[in-house]
Design a protein around this ligand. Structure first.
Ligand code: PGA
Ligand code: ZN
Length: 430
């Protein structure tokens, strides 16, 4: 038995930012190292995601995770104890084997991702290294990730008060990670003041962005531009806008039903509407602009918009190596949103990143709408050299824990608070 041999795996129920149960796993080695991780949970999930296993029944609206926890205790732990915590691929491969389904439907992607990430933390701890350093190996991390921050939260995160899900800012002109967060803080405050002045400040949505009390989807974009201006920054050059349309949420049989605007549009007309927004407003990225399975529509959209903006596949790629390759081959999208729990293992997330790099796509690592104090994705961003980070808004501790972890890493990483070079992004040339 070596120092990094796994000798104990514990699972417990903890609670996420929506007050829903979730899975925490703690992995320990013979040498005394321990790692811990918590599974996040989405609300606007892609159909191809690893299954988020819930108990159903009466307790906590069916959302309890006792079955996922029993799976860790009774099926995962006996199989992984005795394995080497450093052999992440073997650990993840073993879980996939025990699960036996294509989408972690038996163990639950929540059980597997918590175990997978806890093992990763444990291996880093066994080397007495911060996780970002363990992941970077001998290479120095090239930069901190560029933040993508929600200011208004709509869609499934705000009872569909508006149809578009995320109205975000990207501080593209910031000199470094510190300045990026300072600018975002100013925009968030300015947006709050604008909402107060117009009597529309009624609270925040699931990810801490202001509750979207707007008459139309487009009005949210207009107010966001105003918030950027009022914060003293130049829209477009210093702070740009990014939208997560999350279009599958309001698509039915190829028709997009914008209930806030009182219109229903076919694929072409809806694409035209988004393209119009791209012309009118300083938008640099648009996520899931069309339904997740409409590769033809997404390819047509990408051929028109993809040379100037990031077209991001979230539900359309679900952090799947295979889907990324298929979308790229079809000419659909040019970047993907990496959510490790969509694929259920660290190894799967890493494979998706490699695939994206091979096909020339950008990558944004992302939290979920249901989050906790877990900051694993920030370490992955730095350790794997991922260019962008999306974790929701600039409020509430499950969000701020991630931004703040970046500050801690910036203090000690050789790259300091450096951001990726702006010309790294397609859209900076626009
Ligand atoms: P989710 O939303 O975590 O609810 O899926 C985040 C996103 O769509 O990017
Ligand atoms: Zn999304």
């Amino acid at each position: 038995m070596s120092k990094t041999t796994i000798n104990s795996i514990r699972a417990r129920r903890v609670w996420d930012s929506r007050g829903h149960p979730t899975v925490e796993v703690e992995v320990s080695t013979a040498g005394g190292a321990t790692g811990r991780a918590i599974a996040p949970a989405g609300a606007s999930t892609g159909a191809g995601e690893a299954v988020d296993l819930r108990d159903g029944g009466a307790a906590f609206a069916g959302l309890d995770v006792q079955c996922a926890i029993s799976g860790v205790r009774e099926r995962i732990a006996p199989a992984l104890i005795g394995m080497d915590a450093e052999d992440q691929a073997a650990i993840d491969g073993r879980m996939i084997e025990i699960d036996g389904t294509p989408n972690m439907a038996s163990l639950g992607g929540n059980a597997s991702i918590a175990t997978s990430m806890a093992t990763l933390h444990c291996a880093a701890a066994a080397h007495d290294l911060p996780l970002w350093r363990y992941l970077a190996g001998d290479r120095d991390p090239p930069h901190l990730p560029l933040p993508e921050v929600q200011i208004f939260g709509g869609g499934a995160h705000a009872e569909r008060r508006v149809d578009i899900q995320d109205f975000m800012v990207v501080p593209v002109g910031a000199d470094d990670y510190h300045q990026a967060l300072e600018w975002v803080a100013d925009v968030y405050r300015a947006a709050g003041a604008l909402m107060s002045e117009s009597g529309r400040r009624v609270g925040v949505a699931d990810e801490g962005g202001f509750w979207p009390v707007f008459d139309t989807n487009e009005e949210a974009i207009e107010i966001l531009v105003r918030a950027i201006e009022q914060s003293g920054r130049k829209p477009g050059q210093e702070i740009a806008i990014s939208l997560d349309i999350a279009a599958s949420e309001f698509n039915e049989d190829g028709r997009y039903s914008l209930s806030c605007d009182g219109i229903k549009l076919g694929t072409d007309a809806f694409s035209e509407l988004i393209l119009k927004w791209l012309r009118l407003y300083p938008i640099v990225a648009v996520e899931d602009p069309l339904a997740e399975d409409d590769l033809v529509g997404l390819a047509a959209f990408t051929s028109r918009a993809g040379s100037t903006v990031q077209v991001v596949a979230d539900d359309a790629a679900v952090t799947s190596e295979t889907r990324i390759r298929a979308a790229a081959a079809a000419g659909a999208c040019n970047a993907f949103l990496m959510k490790p729990n969509q694929v259920g293992t660290v190894t799967g997330a890493r494979a998706a990143l490699e695939a994206a790099r091979e096909v020339g796509w950008g990558a944004i690592i992302s939290a979920r709408s249901g989050e906790t104090e877990d900051v694993t994705i920030v370490h992955m961003a730095v350790g794997w050299g991922i260019e962008q980070l999306k974790v929701g808004s600039f409020a509430r501790s499950e969000r701020m824990a991630k931004w703040n972890e970046g500050l801690r890493i910036a203090d000690v990483a050789p790259c300091g608070a450096a951001l990726p070079p702006a010309d790294r992004f397609l859209w900076s040339a626009a």
